[in-house]
Design a protein around this ligand. Sequence first.
Ligand code: BZD
Length: 851
Amino acid sequence: ALRVSAVAEADKTAAINKSGTSSVPATTKDIENKLRYLFGRNEVSTPNDAYQGTAWSVRERLIDAFNKTHEHWKKEDPKFIYYLSAEFLMGRSLTNTVFNLGLQGDYATALKELGQKMEQVAEAERDAALGNGGLGRLAACFLDSMATLDLPGWGYGIRYKYGMFKQALKDGYQQELPDIWLTSGNPWEVRRDDVRHMVGFGGRVERRREAGGREVAVWTPAEQVIAQAYDNPIPGYSTPTTSNLRLWDALPLSEFDLAAFNAGDYDRAMLARERAEAISAVLYPNDSTPEGKELRLKQQYFFVCASLQDVLSRFKATHGSARWDLLPSKAVFQLNDTHPTIAVAELMRLLVDVEGLEWDEAWGITTKCLNYTNHTVMPEALEKWPVKVMAKMLPRHMEIIEVINEGWTQWLSAHLASELPAPEERAKRIAAMSIIHENPWNKEEMLVNMAYLAVVGSSAVNGVAAIHSNIVKDEIFNDFYKIFPSKFQNKTNGVTPRRWLAWCNPELADLITQQLGSDAWINDTEQLTALRTHASDPAFQQRWAAVKSAKKERLAGLIKRVWGEEVNTAALFDIQIKRIHEYKRQYLNVLSIIWRYKQLKRMSPQQRLQAVPRVCVIGGKAASAYDMAKRIIRLVTAVGSVINADPDTRDYLRLYFLPDYNVSLAETIIPAAELSQHISTAGTEASGTSNMKFALNGCLIIGTWDGANIEIAEETGVENVFVFGVRAEDINGLRKERKNFKTDPRWDEIMRDIEGGMFGDKEYFKPLVDSVNNMKVGNDWFLLANDFAAYLDAQQQVDECYRDQAEWLRRSIMYTAGSGKFSSDRTIRQYAEDIWHVGPCRPPPAAGGQQ
Ligand code: BZD
């Protein structure tokens, strides 16, 4: 007989027991069967059991939708988008899949029958963390929107065995643990044993003359691996469309070297296998400085080569090998940053060496098919590979890049002849725009500039927020912009309103739906503007506040689990969650918390009663080799332990570092946030996307005039945002004058406190203090001292506003109401219209389906 957990009501248990399995609804039975036959477990007794049974059951519905969509797309043969990205930060899939497919009723009831709650069951899933941060999560939001908008398109990437490391704290310091996410199987993927491609590395290139007299390059790689496809179906919301994320796993050509094995050399027998598997083994945990390791280039080429072969072989199957001129009308590739830029050379190689096209024809096709998105302006983040490394690993590609660069610089020379008649001037400009150039720090070394290769090889180049796209045009690629102004575009980022409001904050979503009279805002977020007229309505504000309170309670529960401490849920919940980086200035946040603490200490108990209580939360991972970022984490935990233990102030101020920030944690934290911090030095954060998620959930922003903060302020009303700090156009001047800058006395005091050991660990914090205090050019690069006083003022305004709860709630509603623009549906529509030139292609509704 079936045993259900104690939470199930007695009558239900009786009903099930009485009639055996026959009264159990089909879905319940299916969940049990999956658990029984796939895992050999006879009862659903834990949320994890329920998760496994449910996920494997949902998977079948998902695959049905996937198959129907792809049958339809095959028949219609529309133009396809291929989103090439080294990272897809998908997070959990169960809730999103169930809701996007409209199956929540079925599964919620079935789980209830089994004595389980959908919410808890969903928590048993491990995050798919195949990305670092913003760039990877953007790719995931884009897949959701493409499917929801019925756009034929796939993501292509790497199936890392180990994703983003898990972060733990040990004595307040970051510790990195491996992310072993595939151990209990992955119900959200389908291995395609019939989809495999060979990928080669190294070796040599020879010339051969073909029968017709044409000279061809023949590349004989020294090493070959197999790219094995895994498909991850991507369900759209409120549509039968279910698209695909195809990820590649690297396998050895043969299980092991039999000759070596027979000779008794077991280590050598396994070597090729290990080398191959290393390629898709682990995600590089760096989110801003490129990892110059050969293995990283190998990863990039591995997934690009497999993906392009895959697309070209499907194209050939439909259109034969004589109509390559049609390729740009059937396929468009988006390069997510420079990581897949080797695609420029690889597409040329496939068209010229393999398919036998003439160079010029191939170049015309290649540049029509490719587009490039830039995500960062920081010079050290722009990827460059030593020519030596590239030539050794990808000898044919290096030749192709050299030929591309020759053609490019020759063309430039002619193009610039009238503008720069003096030969030295012209040579200088050409050198500055050359794809291959000297390493400025080591004249001996030549580098391939991947961003320049992407710009030259693409039809469109875009930044990810208005200010960022202007910096792309006016600074980092200005020489290119002057020559090809129409190539450069802006596509302000967006986030999916499904995951980031409807599914992660169903209480707020229900309130909005009730107020607007329909849930149509979920795929038409512009409808949220109608909330503006209710922003000052006290009754609506009260209901709005009740939702926020419930979410704060939940976050308080999480803090309790992690830190063992109760927090005051009437306090202002102040959050900064993102990768730890000097430019994002978590350090500045800590400095202001220290100042707040010192002020509270100086007050009398009577005065303190007037203070606005705050619970500050900081979360984020530091790249393993980023020493300064790790020191910042330690500063947060050290300051937190002093503040949280102080009986004088602990009712008014807390600081907690929440370890292992990831997509799922964001889904809990963001709905509970009242104030969120986006305080990067102006001109450094390309866009930011968590700012959009917070705004969507009615969270106020304290931020600099940077990235998408600017556009959020425009939509929300700049008077509703706590904006502070220097502007991007003043940064260069201020950096030069930094040594003459007179720091605020409050700043000096705090620096003395940290140096003097107020938070312990003074030796460890010394480099942090020095990084912002030695008044030589280049120090305090991110201008914390310049923004410090303005930041404290803005924090003061936050307190004043919070005292007036009606005003705070009005603003909170205005943020959600102003979020319409920041749906990734809008972003994707703009890519589809302005860059991809791809239209929707919706499969017919499933028989008996809800859509
Ligand atoms: O991309 C981020 C930017 O910093 C954000 O401002 C922006 O909102 C998002 C999305 O456009 N960039 C990254 O996340 N970059 C990386 O993660 C990364 C990863 C590997 C190598 C280099 C950068």
